[in-house]
Design a protein around this ligand. Structure first.
Ligand code: ZN
Length: 362
């Protein structure tokens, strides 16, 4: 991580603008934030503790499943789900106590180990995804739960270290600083974008853009930023960079030959110089010609946006393979990472990015 940032953090120089460090808010799918739904299940009360282990073994054999639920708790043996529960369709279920009893008798299960008649209670219908969900669910019925360290660090604001947080805050501030200067507003999608390579000590700033939809209907800030990254790698669909002549066949093989970051419109570069404090980027002249050495487009890069992206930008970012999206404001018209949809949580995507929202505007 950049040593410049560490120096700035401890500096007493009053001319250096200090930024209040905020933790970005993770935008997670409902499965991480909602309470676990409940469903009905049949239980039997075991009349003698000595029968517990053999009863568990027998019932697990004839009615397997229930992976997220302990099979027995305080003498109560979990037998089966009540049929028609929308949350369970794998384990065998029954629509009445009589039918369950009949099945158990056919399977030579000794019903005399139970005190009373079989009962129906509520149990967690699904496996928890977080410790908090697990704590709540376990009060209903004991569960099997193994926390995901990555998810827990996100939920507890420990995912990013201090240097990363400072860079995140700076980049989000850049987005808001530049947006009113050059962004062309469009009801569907507008704003600014900053793409950063967080994968080495220099934390390189690669591309800075604002939306220019008056020039081209697809020139949303994120679309332009992706194209500038492609240009850095010798590609790019649009002629955007005023400082560079059209790439010839030789220069196309050379990468990172521009002075970073690339900006569109070009006047943003002057604006960046005014805003501060961008000494965490380190232009690098990498002339390695082997295309195998370059990961596909924005793989593992971070993008910062002034506004929640529209479907066009969100899908382009998905295909570009950025690893993180941070945005300052919701896009009430067409935002698809929280407002209208949670695109990044949908099943069947061939790539996933994590999404974060500015603490201040949460
Ligand atoms: Zn867009």
């Amino acid at each position: 991580m950049s040593s410049n940032i560490k120096k700035k953090s401890s500096s007493m120089d009053p001319t250096i603008e200090r930024i209040n460090i905020n933790h970005p808010i993770p935008i997670l799918g409902d499965e991480f934030t909602n309470n676990i739904p409940e469903c009905d299940a049949f239980i039997g009360i075991i009349n003698d503790k000595k029968n517990t282990s053999i009863a568990i073994k027998k019932i697990t054999n004839i009615l397997p499943g229930f992976g997220h639920l302990k099979r027995c708790s305080e003498g109560r043996l979990l037998l089966a789900f009540v049929k028609n529960n929308k949350h369970n369709n794998i384990e065998q279920s029954f629509d009445s106590i009589e039918k369950l009893k009949s099945f158990l008798i056919d399977e030579n299960f000794n019903l005399n180990i139970f005190n009373d008649n079989i009962k129906i209670i509520s149990v967690p219908a699904l496996s928890p995804k977080t410790k908090l969900q697990a704590q709540i669910s376990s009060k209903i019925w004991p569960i099997n739960f193994h926390p995901d360290p990555c998810i827990e660090s996100i939920m507890s604001n420990k995912f990013f270290n201090d240097n990363q947080l400072e860079i995140i805050n700076k980049c989000m501030k850049i987005c808001s600083d530049i947006v009113d200067v050059t962004s062309v507003k469009n009801l569907q999608c507008h704003g600014s974008a900053v793409i950063v390579d967080p994968n080495d000590d220099s934390m390189k700033l690669l591309a800075v853009t604002t939306s220019q939809t008056d020039k081209h209907p697809m020139w949303h800030a994120a679309m332009l930023a992706i194209d500038l990254v492609a240009k850095i790698q010798g590609g790019g669909a649009w002629k955007l960079h005023e400082e560079s002549s059209p790439l010839d066949s030789t220069s196309r093989k050379r990468k990172l030959q521009f002075k970073l970051p690339l900006c569109y419109p070009g006047c943003l570069k002057d604006r960046l110089n005014l805003t501060d404090s961008l000494n965490f980027y380190c232009p690098k002249d990498d002339t390695n010609d082997d295309p195998k050495d370059v990961a596909y487009l924005c793989t593992n890069y971070w993008i910062f946006l002034q506004n929640e992206p529209c479907p066009l930008c969100a899908m382009a970012l998905l295909h570009s393979r950025v690893s993180m999206i941070f945005y300052n404001n919701t896009n009430e018209t067409l935002g698809v990472l929280q407002t209208k949809a949670y695109l990044h949580t949908l099943p069947g995507l061939n790539h996933r990015y994590r999404v974060w929202k500015n603490f201040i505007n949460a």
